[in-house]
Design a protein. Structure first.
Length: 144
């Protein structure tokens, strides 16, 4: 059963000469199917992907797949110890990026929880950045 949730996403990106932290608070849907947790939310103008829906499929401690559909279409697969080639829409075209996962830590349960992901990105086999995502899921208050 899908639940309405509050989602807090903190993203940290660092490269040789840059360091960015972005934090997003939004609402979305959360559910469990086939042993995997799913987190889904609508993108907004502030993220640059307005008109798109992002869904994270979390296979606990193993793999996280980010799928964005709508005005921007992307897929990133983060798997600890494995490098995946993925298509990522940056708003003005697709990039083929390598994604090397180094950490997936999940305390997700039926009522929410936390997810930590750490991965590196390369573009055309050239190092681009180290990335960390911290996602917190909380059930939203029931509508009255």
């Amino acid at each position: 059963m899908k639940k309405d949730v509050l989602i807090n996403i903190k993203s940290v990106q660092s490269s040789e000469d840059d360091y960015d932290i972005i934090e997003l608070f939004t609402t979305g849907q959360y559910y469990k199917r086939g042993g995997c947790f799913y987190i889904s939310y609508e993108e907004s103008e502030s993220t640059g992907y307005e008109g798109s829906t992002t869904t994270l499929k979390v296979e606990p401690e193993k793999m996280v797949t980010l799928v964005r559909t709508g005005t921007a279409n992307s897929q990133l697969i983060v798997e600890r110890g494995v490098r995946h080639q993925c298509h990522y829409d940056v708003g003005y075209g697709d990039l083929l990026v390598g994604v090397q996962g180094s950490r997936i830590k999940s305390t997700l349960a039926e009522d929410g929880g936390n997810l930590e992901i750490k991965y590196s990105l390369d573009i055309n086999s050239m190092y681009a950045s180290e990335n960390e995502m911290y996602i917190q899921i909380k059930e939203s208050a029931p509508k009255q």
